[in-house]
Write a protein that binds this ligand. Structure first.
Ligand SMILES: [Mg+2]
Length: 302
């Protein structure tokens, strides 16, 4: 295999994950609309088209930087986040302000480290965008974890946010192995072995212990469902749900969405991981209802 064909395959895998992420994000965000609540119980689809949010917009920057640099370049990533930042895509207020200041010439290193009284953000924003990077490094989960760590800093410097991104990338990398998806236990054991001690890591060990639970609502009540929008309140449940439904996008989506909380983000994370394996692509009818990725990413239209 030549270097070019290897990077083409990385791009294809990452794009498959991005498609899964954007369907999860766009369809998940439909369930913030009160009129759509009854549909959730019936597993019925709201009318389209479904618009994606900040999760997809940022994931497109991750993929664009990987395609251009074949690794995470933090300056290029911060620049892409700032240049493509669309205020109306549901960003949190701190990131909205920060990306505007970066666009106006501010230094992301200072701005990102100064957030939340110098602790940095522990939000789920660096985890929500990173599954395609895991798919890119499907042959190397350690490198996926390392590059995800680097990718968090331009916006999220608190340790929990960094580890949340590492965990999601590790899961997307492990889910994409060519010889079929791992078992739920193998996936979570693999991720736990790759992430450092943290609240996210503790949540993942709890998630591992709860893989045989059938009621996602109970599991989400223990692990969190993103309602607090922190990495540790979001990533353990998302990985619990993804691990149990690798290869079955629809099941993964509905179980995740029905648990409530930060639904666009939990479904973006789960969708990006499940679709990373290639065996868990979103249904074509769902994909056609989902807004196309932004034109600046330069993809051929579907
Ligand atoms: Mg969002």
């Amino acid at each position: 295999m030549t270097a070019d064909s290897a990077s083409e395959r990385r791009f294809e895998r990452a794009l498959a994950s991005l498609r899964g992420l954007s369907v999860g994000d766009a369809l998940g965000s439909q369930f913030f609309v009160p009129a759509n609540y009854p549909l959730l119980k019936q597993r019925a689809l709201p009318p389209g088209p479904w618009q994606w949010t900040d999760d997809t917009e940022m994931a497109c920057s991750v993929l664009a930087v990987l395609a251009a640099h074949h690794r995470v370049d933090q300056d290029a990533l911060a620049r892409s986040f700032a240049e493509h930042h669309d205020f109306d895509r549901g960003y949190g207020p701190a990131v909205n302000r920060m990306l505007r200041l970066v666009r106006e010439g501010g230094d992301w290193r200072e701005l990102s480290s100064a957030l939340f009284n110098g602790q940095g953000s522990w939000g789920n924003g660096s985890a929500m965008r990173i599954a395609p990077l895991g798919a890119w490094y499907a042959d190397d989960p350690e490198q996926a974890t390392h590059q995800a760590e680097i990718s968090s800093y331009p916006t999220h410097q608190h340790r929990e946010a960094v580890v949340g991104a590492m965990a999601v990338a590790a899961a997307a990398s492990l889910a994409a192995v060519p010889d079929g998806p791992p078992s739920p236990e193998e996936l979570l054991d693999g991720v736990i072995a790759l992430v450092p001690r943290s609240a996210v890591g503790a949540g993942l060990r709890r998630a591992r212990d709860m893989l045989d639970y059938q009621d996602a609502g109970t599991v989400a009540a223990v692990l969190g469902n993103g309602r607090r929008t922190s990495a540790h309140d979001t990533v353990p449940f998302a990985l619990w749900s993804a691990a149990r439904s690798l290869g079955d996008y629809e099941e993964a989506f509905w179980v995740t969405a029905q648990a409530g909380g930060d639904v666009d983000t939990t479904c973006a994370i789960v969708g990006g991981i499940v679709a990373s394996g290639g065996g868990g692509a979103p249904p074509p009818a769902w994909l056609t209802q989902t807004e196309e990725p932004p034109a600046w990413l330069g993809l051929p239209s579907r």
